[in-house]
Design a protein around this ligand. Structure first.
Ligand code: ADP
Length: 669
């Protein structure tokens, strides 16, 4: 058992050791990859952001923007701003709220223009003398020195014509204002591009002429929302409501571009400028065009603002330029694409986790495995941390499980194999022991078998030799016994010789065509006396007319003698021998049956084995070698025949031999 268990133990220990060593090495490799690649990923993200930042905070671009009087195309990633050194917001530029409507008289103009304009206004507004007003506005128009002055005069003309119901002229003037003076502001600070269309639409209702339709009004409304006119927030919201009431549109849910700009402006005034002011006094404030970054919390939103000083060389003026980043856009436009590339490169998985443990890359709750690396942004101080996960670990775990199963199965297989080996070994040993026992028994039986007839022969031989005056009957009996015992002896020795030839593979058969019924009958005849003397009745059915077959005469005799002698040996109460030789289509059937003690079914398959003798019936007849049926079977098979046995304990045994006929026919051809 130890010899069996020790190698087994060895196999198990070596397997587990190799397995755990391999696991450890792979784990170390994965760990160092996680550290190196994780840190490098963080660096690359920061570098990527800084590159984008310097691209956005470009001095040249900002100086151009200073000159332009428009809103930059909407950029989702960043809103930009410019202030002068006194923190006056120069960009994005909407018009600050102005005081209420000022009459020309109250304005600081000193000229003939002003003179005529105030006359016109008095005619129009106080005296309601529109024809005078028209004349004076006309004169003013001619005297105007600026676009606004001219536009104001034209507006007066348009109003006065309208008041005197000269719609066609009024329309002409309003159209002029809309088209030529669209960006020019009236005294209330509203560009004519916004106010004139409203007037035109109103006039359209008074005259059958088609002047200004809903569609055109909608167009103006959209332009206003997109920031085409940089107006004050109060004007914007006033006109927006005005337009919406007319065109019956209520699209307040989404923030328009202009509103966004207005809000951004508020943000600059409310948060950015105070923060810059506060910062600029401290040493950490980066001067000389270096970038500063501040985080600003506005309501629910958190913003990152990058800003720096900008010196415009030929103006020699200092400006502050900056960007308000949209953090979501940083994630989607900078971080996510970069991380996708990095995942492919390093095989790591990345999460971007905020303070609420949310993975911002997927917007799901972050599930962070134990073996991961959490890296806070160090240079940019984004309010997130990058979590690098080594998916190799999970694979390692699942691989480990698979390998464990394989190793386990292997060990189980080895154990089964070993058990099987031991089983086969034990079985062979027990067979060997059985066979040795059988052989010993055989030697014992055979010596006994040989001794009995020899002693009888000797006894009767000596008696016949020494006693001279013996009666004829006694002498005859003595001689008969000597003959019978010598026959038995020679049968016995023949069997042993046959067996040893079979064992050595030297048994030869002399096959010749012949009539089986002849030999069966002859052999039975020579034993008939023997049977009758033992008290047997014989039932025979031997078909004399059967085809010729090939057989070895001596072997067939041996087969019959063995079967007959067993029938004699193993019959007790009912002594009957049945011998049949029947010819059926294609086969001849030879049957030897008795009504003897029979053979237990579980031992039936063994009776043809060498030396085998049925244990329970051995007592009936001690004589025998256990060789007879072995020789019978061998001879039958050598002929290409078949033998079967049927037996019922206490009722008898039938041996049937089937002899195919083709056999002989084929060989003859
Ligand atoms: P043995 O010399 O013992 O007869 P065999 O090989 O001829 O050896 O037979 C093997 C065993 O088969 C016998 O010992 C006996 O137990 C059993 N056997 C054979 N023929 C018969 C039969 N006709 N009736 C009962 N048992 C038989």
């Amino acid at each position: 058992m130890a010899a069996f268990m020790l190698p087994l133990l060895f196999v198990v220990v070596v397997s587990i050791d190799t397995f755990s060593k391999r696991q450890k090495t792979t784990r170390n490799l994965l760990e160092s990859n996680l550290w190196l690649s994780g840190r490098s990923a963080l660096n690359q993200l920061e570098v990527q952001f800084i590159e984008q930042e310097s691209k956005e905070l470009n001095d040249k671009y900002f100086s151009e923007l200073l000159k332009a009087n428009c809103l930059k195309q909407n950029d989702t990633i960043a809103d930009i701003f410019i202030t002068d050194q006194n923190f006056q917001v120069l960009y994005p530029k909407t018009t600050e709220d102005k005081n209420s409507y000022l009459l020309t008289t109250n304005r600081g103009w000193k000229s003939d223009y002003k003179e005529y304009m105030s006359r016109a206004e008095t005619d129009e507004l106080t005296n309601r003398n529109f024809s005078n007003a028209l004349k004076n506005y006309q004169t003013s128009r001619g005297l105007a020195q600026t676009a606004q002055q001219e536009a104001l005069a034209i507006e007066g003309l348009a109003r006065s014509h309208l008041a005197s119901q000269n719609y066609r002229q009024s329309i002409q003037y309003y159209k002029l204002l809309k088209n030529k003076y669209g960006q020019t502001e009236n005294l209330g600070g509203t560009p004519y591009g916004i106010s004139a269309p409203l007037q035109l639409f109103a006039i359209g209702k008074l005259t059958p002429e088609k002047v200004f339709g809903q569609d055109s009004l909608l167009f103006i409304y959209q332009m206003m929302k997109d920031g085409h006119w940089l107006i004050s927030s109060s004007s914007y919201f006033f006109f927006k409501a005005e337009y919406e009431s007319i065109i019956k549109i209520n699209n307040l849910s989404t923030e328009s571009k202009f509103e966004r700009t207005l809000h951004f402006e508020q943000f600059i005034h409310g948060f950015v400028i105070p923060a810059i002011k506060e910062r600029s006094g401290f040493s950490e404030f980066n001067k000389n065009g270096e970038t500063n970054r501040i985080y600003i919390q506005d309501g629910d939103g958190q913003y990152l603002v990058s800003f720096k000083e900008m010196l415009v060389p030929n103006e020699n003026k200092l400006y502050y330029i900056g960007i308000r980043w949209n953090l979501d856009a940083i994630i989607t436009k900078i971080i996510t694409p970069k991380l996708t590339g990095l995942t492919e490169e390093t095989g790591l998985k990345f999460l971007l986790v905020n303070g609420n443990n949310k993975n911002l890359l997927t917007n799901e709750d972050a599930r962070i495995p134990e073996e991961s690396l959490s890296l806070p942004f160090s240079n940019i101080s984004f309010p997130w941390s990058l979590v690098a996960i080594q998916p190799g670990y999970e694979k390692l775990e699942s691989d480990a499980k698979v390998q464990m199963i394989i190793y386990g199965l292997l060990v189980v297989f080895i154990i089964i194999l070993m058990f099987f080996g031991v089983f086969v070994l034990l079985r062979d040993i027990s067979r060997e022991t059985d066979s040795m026992l059988l052989q010993t028994e055989f030697v014992h039986n055979v010596s006994h078998e040989l001794k009995t007839p020899l002693s009888l022969i000797r006894l009767y031989g000596e008696t016949l030799l020494l006693k001279e005056n013996l009666s004829e009957t006694v002498r005859k009996e003595g001689l008969q016994i000597i003959t019978k015992e010598s026959e038995r002896l020679s049968f016995m020795i023949n069997n042993i010789l046959d067996f040893s030839k079979i064992e050595m593979g030297r048994k030869e058969f002399d096959m010749k065509p012949g009539n089986l019924s002849e030999i069966v009958l002859n052999t039975l005849d020579s034993y008939r006396y023997h049977f009758i003397k033992k008290g047997f009745t014989i039932e025979e059915e031997i078909d004399p007319d059967i085809p010729m077959v090939l057989f070895d005469k001596n072997a067939v005799e041996g087969i019959l003698i063995n079967l007959f002698s067993n029938a004699i040996k193993f019959s007790t109460d009912t002594k009957k021998l049945v011998v049949k030789l029947i010819y059926m289509t294609n086969v001849i059937c030879l049957e030897v049956a008795d009504k003897g003690i029979g053979i237990p079914p579980d031992e039936l398959p063994d009776i043809f084995k060498r030396f085998y003798r049925v244990k329970s019936t051995a007592d009936y007849n001690a004589s025998g070698s256990g060789l007879g049926l072995t020789i019978v079977k061998h001879a039958i098979e050598a002929h290409g025949w078949n033998i079967e046995v049927k037996s019922t304990p206490g009722q008898g045994t039938v041996f049937s031999i089937t002899i195919p006929i083709e056999n002989y026919k084929e060989e003859l051809i």
